[in-house]
Design a protein around this ligand. Structure first.
Ligand code: URP
Ligand code: ZN
Ligand code: ZN
Length: 464
């Protein structure tokens, strides 16, 4: 199969040029002006942008959280992602206490067998007892080249500083990247207990018991641990100015600290958790939504490169049946929200259309940098000869009102209900196959391939 994409504005982090792309099977074969190759299919991309497919490095599909399971699986989640211009995800496999890392990895590979998009896996490590630490090395060989640790959720996912240090040292030796969900779990646990004892049970208490400074403290601490281990560090879902300040200070000292934020922290505030009729539960996610000053700081962080990635932390739960479990106790609301479908649309509309950054920076934040940091570059995240033909034809004029009534995620609400955005994916191509065209889906579940990712150290050497 061959495909010719003509006359589009081809966008890279460095520049935008009018060019044609010729795709042979699953790979970009030629990029140039006025190409004349005969192809099985031709697309006229005049007036549209041609971008590398988005890469979402933070998703939780079919994930066990708070006694329930996130409502999108690898089939529905990757399908929804594709409609929004994402062609690759990295999901979080999660070790259970006492479980071997191999078992957790195999379990997530089974879940991933339904994926419609190519996917990679990080591993959330919760238990390194009984010689488990050595298993990290085997996972790196399997292409799991990033490990996530939690300083939050005591009794469930939280690990102590010694464990963090051991994982950093072991991962560092293999050139793998350590990512941290940073919040002071013990302090938060105390604040939560106090709230419940005081009869404060509404969704807003979720945010009030998880103050920004509890996030920043943990960011500071794990940066110090990364310094001791002498390894690079990635902070997931940065939500507030104080955390960003810690990261900026470290980066100015030359410490390799990278980070992501998510659309919800750029666009929504804590006020949403006060919505009546328990609707605030739709916005219970962790770290919690913050304020306008934090939003401004995060946008600036994306501009200044103190943050390098925008992911979604897609972790959806049905409002009617899953979120309602916490009707009388905010701690029983499963933490997480949907967004895998809307990342490129929201970032394009509020970032590029509103003049916060260029279209080139947008491509860098949603595709190129995620690929570079997580060992997929230049196979993915860039339009280059020899790269996978993961290509999105982006129509900058296509308007779209975000709504649960029309989205493809398996969840009964949208955090962005009613927002009108301009700019959307017109055609989505994954390894040369057109999977979305004019809002029509034509791919099979299970077509997605598991991606054995390179080590961070290897990826790092090709950076810039
Ligand atoms: O609320 C969230 N983010 N749920 C998913 C798990 C996590 O902390 O990333
Ligand atoms: Zn997290
Ligand atoms: Zn997450």
């Amino acid at each position: 199969m061959s495909l010719l994409i003509k006359n589009g504005y081809v966008v890279t982090p460095e520049k935008t040029t009018i060019a044609d792309l010729y795709v042979e099977n699953d790979t970009i074969a030629v990029i140039g002006e006025s190409l004349t190759q005969r192809a099985d299919k031709s697309i006229d991309a005049s007036g549209n942008y041609v971008i590398p497919g988005g890469i979402d490095v933070h998703t939780h599909l079919e994930a066990p959280v708070g006694g329930t399971v996130s409502s999108d699986d690898f089939e529905t989640g990757t399908r929804a992602a594709a409609f929004g211009g994402t062609t690759c995800i990295i999901d979080f496999a999660t070790q259970s206490k006492g479980q071997s890392l191999h078992e957790a990895y195999e379990l997530w590979r089974k879940k991933g067998a339904k994926a419609a998009l190519d996917y990679g896996l990080h591993m959330i490590v919760v238990d390194i007892g009984e010689g488990r630490i050595e298993e990290l090395d085997d996972l790196v060989e399997e292409g799991v080249t990033s490990f996530k640790l939690f300083t939050a959720y005591p009794g469930a996912l939280m690990v102590d500083d010694a464990t963090i240090l051991q994982v950093m040292l072991r991962a560092g030796k293999k050139g793998a990247l350590v990512a941290v969900h940073a919040e002071n779990g013990s302090a938060i646990e105390y604040l939560v207990r106090k709230a419940l004892l005081g009869g404060r049970t509404a969704p807003i208490e979720h945010a009030l018991t998880r103050p920004a400074i509890a996030e920043a403290e943990a960011v500071h601490r794990v940066i110090a641990l990364a310094q001791i281990a002498d390894v690079p560090l990635y902070i997931v879902h940065v939500s507030c100015e104080e955390s960003l300040e810690e990261m900026r200070r470290a980066r100015q000292k030359g410490i390799a600290v990278f980070g992501e934020t998510c659309p919800q922290y750029l666009l929504l505030t804590q006020e949403y958790l006060k919505r009546p009729n328990f609707e605030g539960a739709k916005f219970v996610l962790t770290p919690p939504l913050r304020g306008y000053a934090d939003q401004e700081a995060l946008w600036k962080g994306l501009q200044s490169d103190d943050l390098q990635v925008v992911s979604t932390d897609h972790c959806p739960f049905l409002f009617e049946t899953q979120k309602r479990a916490g009707l009388n106790d905010f701690t029983k609301i499963p933490n997480g929200g949907p967004g895998i479908e809307n990342r490129l649309q929201l970032l394009y509309h509020y970032g590029v259309n509103q003049g916060r950054f260029s279209i080139n920076r947008w491509v860098e934040l949603v595709a190129a940098n995620p690929a570079k940091l997580f060992g997929l570059y230049p196979k993915k995240g860039v339009l280059r000869v020899g790269s996978d033909a993961d290509i999105v034809i982006w129509n900058p004029n296509r308007k779209h009102t975000i709504s649960a009534a029309s989205h493809h995620m398996r969840v009964d609400y949208s955090m962005y209900e009613g927002l009108e955005v301009k700019g959307n994916a017109e055609t989505v191509i994954s390894r040369g196959e057109t999977i979305v065209d004019q809002n029509t889906w034509s791919a099979k579940p299970g077509r997605g391939k598991y991606l054995k990712r390179s080590s961070f150290a290897g990826a790092w050497s090709t950076w810039k």
